[in-house]
Design a protein around this ligand. Structure first.
Ligand code: CTP
Length: 231
């Protein structure tokens, strides 16, 4: 108990740091009752938000629709679409670091129907798509107020490291956590994750571990980054 007392009283490594985390899928409305979505559960992003808060960070979690409860000590902003997610992220700035773990839909339906689209005999509705804003790339490329550390995820089903490195360059972020989301991997909705941490200089192959363990390792890395920045 005495040890606990001192552990809790100790300065935590991310004390005083503001962090932004995105998580979950986005829902892109088709009409008032239908939407386009994906299989993201939000577990990895929520675990990251919790791990950062455990290290003392002030965390804003911008979350798409999930079944998860907001982690203790984390401020959650719930959104549905990619456009809303971008707006909520911009509202959360400035932050010291940002981790983009959300599975943002690449496309939205160009014009959301005001009323439920009715089924008509022999006539199929067609959906015209528009590209969503890339939230990670937008924040990475901010001219002023860019977070000191910007981390993206790369959900890949093949040539994970190569695709992850390409994504690092394309999006302009500092680190990419590349993971295998192929059907056999069980990543989507599952509790485990096997990831690579890619930077401009390095490739690290982390062992398959729980999403909570990935989050704790990543949060520790973030804390080390900021300790280096301060030094
Ligand atoms: N991302 C984002 N906004 C988007 C699309 C993606 O912020 N509109 C972020 C994700 O949160 C993730 C990273 O970009 O951190 C990579 O997402 P991913 O789906 O792997 O990449 P895409 O850019 O969609 O490329 P592709 O689907 O072609 O692999």
């Amino acid at each position: 108990a005495i040890v606990d007392f001192f552990a809790n009283g100790a300065e935590k490594p991310l004390q005083g740091r503001k962090m932004l985390v995105t998580a979950g899928p986005t829902h892109e409305p088709i009409d008032p009752v239908r939407y386009i979505a994906n299989r993201s559960s939000g577990k990895q992003g929520y675990a990251i938000a919790a791990a950062l808060a455990d290290l003392g960070a002030e965390v804003t979690l911008v979350s798409g629709p999930t079944r998860l409860e907001a982690p203790r000590g984390v401020t959650r902003k719930s959104v549905e679409s990619a456009k809303d997610m971008l707006a909520a992220c911009e509202a959360a700035l400035p932050v010291d670091g940002a981790i983009f773990a959300a599975a943002v839909a690449d496309w939205r339906v160009e014009t959301e129907a005001d009323q439920k689209i009715k089924k008509r005999d022999g006539e199929l509705p067609s959906l015209s798509l528009a590209e969503n804003p890339d939230i990670l790339a937008t924040v990475s490329r901010l001219k002023s107020g860019r977070p000191a550390l910007v981390v993206g995820f790369a959900a890949e089903t093949e040539t994970i490291i190569e695709n992850g490195k390409a994504k690092l360059a394309k999006k302009g972020c500092d680190w990419i956590v590349a993971n295998d989301v192929g059907n056999e991997s069980g990543t989507f909705g599952g509790d485990d994750n096997q990831v690579f941490l890619l930077t401009n200089e390095t490739v690290e192959d982390w062992p398959k571990q729980s999403k909570d363990a990935v989050a704790q390792t990543l949060a520790t890395r973030v804390a080390q980054f900021f300790q280096g920045v301060d030094a």
